[in-house]
Design a protein around this ligand. Structure first.
Ligand SMILES: NC(=O)c1ccc[n+]([C@@H]2O[C@H](COP(=O)([O-])OP(=O)(O)OC[C@H]3O[C@@H](n4cnc5c(N)ncnc54)[C@H](O)[C@@H]3O)[C@@H](O)[C@H]2O)c1
Length: 327
């Protein structure tokens, strides 16, 4: 297949594009290398991808902003994708408290550009796009399932992801665009994002600093290893029987205590962590847990990586790359 991956220099996009190339697909990546976090990390991921297996024959890349409509349309016209996996976004719950307009521009206007490019493509591609577990916001019934109402977001980030699901619905309804929204649950692994808690903890622990633990440690997360997420995305790219408009949870189906993850990580890094317990942060939720029955039933998705296997893999990468390339 010809597949366009937006956000291909990002954490998930890099892993996905690599897997698609190894599977023999023609992949076009697109990214603007913005400086929300280390540009060097994004460039290093991109270099690995561009020099990796299959890339010389089957990978091309567009350095472009999804808000640059002519540039995006040019990429669509050249690639003529059969599927677009749209991962480029302004991520981060906490950053959306301090930088709200970044979310309006990238996650709303940018998402609209992607929808419009799909709509006007000569042959409309399937659009698989990143939503987020954060759309469940203030919901308290666990595990979260797609049948629950998601009308109570508690961060602007979550509101833009919910808006994406609504915008996609309009384009399915009006223009027959096939859309698949994936609600990712706390994805982690090698080549991780430096703004995410597991990375921040590893960074602080290896510098001998106290780690900040919010909600006094009473947090639970459905931590999903990146290879499992990529496997789920690939299943959604290839699925033949989807309805025109789909929304799926994609998680590990286990809600882990944050303190257990911290203990595992500290043991892997060989440190005894100092903990600074703090109250709940604005925009955050105390617990996430994905019901994955729908994706499992429709695609055979089955995550296989518990945190006892995934956290050591992240820690190994952290020691090998991140700790040696701190900015
Ligand atoms: N990682 C997670 O746990 C998680 C959880 C829920 C949802 N998501 C969503 O999954 C997607 C991928 O997340 P990630 O963790 O890989 O994030 P990431 O920040 O590592 O990747 C996003 C990539 O998109 C690029 N990008 C951002 N704005 C752009 C723009 N305007 N034009 C072109 N490129 C742009 C960035 O440079 C980056 O390389 C995002 O949509 C995110 O909101 C991630």
């Amino acid at each position: 297949m010809r597949i366009l991956v937006t956000g291909s220099a990002g954490f998930i996009g890099f892993h996905l594009a690599g897997r698609l190339l190894r599977d023999g697909h023609d992949v076009a990546g697109l990214d603007n290398f913005n400086d929300y976090y280390s540009v060097r990390l994004k460039r290093d991921r991109h270099a690995l991808l561009a020099d990796g297996p299959g890339a010389s024959e089957r990978f091309r890349f567009y350095e472009a902003d999804i808000c640059d409509r002519p540039a995006l349309q040019r990429a669509f016209a050249e690639v003529q994708p059969e599927c677009v996996v749209h991962l480029a976004a302004q991520p981060g719950v906490r950053y959306s408290i301090t930088h709200p307009y970044a979310y309006q521009t990238c996650n709303l206007e940018g998402f609209l550009s992607v929808l419009e490019s799909c709509r006007h493509a000569a042959r409309k591609p399937r659009l698989v796009y990143a939503s987020s577990s954060s759309v469940y916001g203030g919901n308290t019934v666990l595990p979260f399932s797609e049948e629950q109402a998601v009308d109570h977001p508690v961060s602007l980030y979550a509101a833009t992801k919910k808006a994406n699901e609504l915008m996609a619905h309009v384009y399915t309804h009006l223009y027959g665009l096939q859309t698949v929204g994936l609600r990712f649950f706390t994805v982690y692994g090698p080549w991780y994002r430096p703004d995410m808690a597991m990375y921040l903890f590893a960074d602080a622990m290896t510098k001998g600093r106290a780690i900040q633990v919010f909600n006094h440690g009473e947090m639970r997360r459905d931590f999903t290893y990146v290879d499992d997420i990529v496997d789920g995305i690939v299943r959604c790219v290839r699925a033949e029987t989807f309805a025109p408009y789909e929304i799926f949870n994609i998680g590990n189906n286990r809600s882990e205590r944050l303190m257990d993850m911290i203990g595992l990580l500290a043991a892997e890094l060989g440190v005894t962590p100092a903990l600074e317990f703090l109250p709940m942060q604005d925009g955050d939720v105390p617990a996430t847990w994905a019901n994955i029955d729908k994706l499992r039933a429709q695609t055979g998705y089955e995550p296989t990586t518990p945190i006892t296997v995934g956290v050591p893999k992240f820690a190994a990468w952290f020691r090998e790359y991140a700790a040696k390339n701190r900015e």
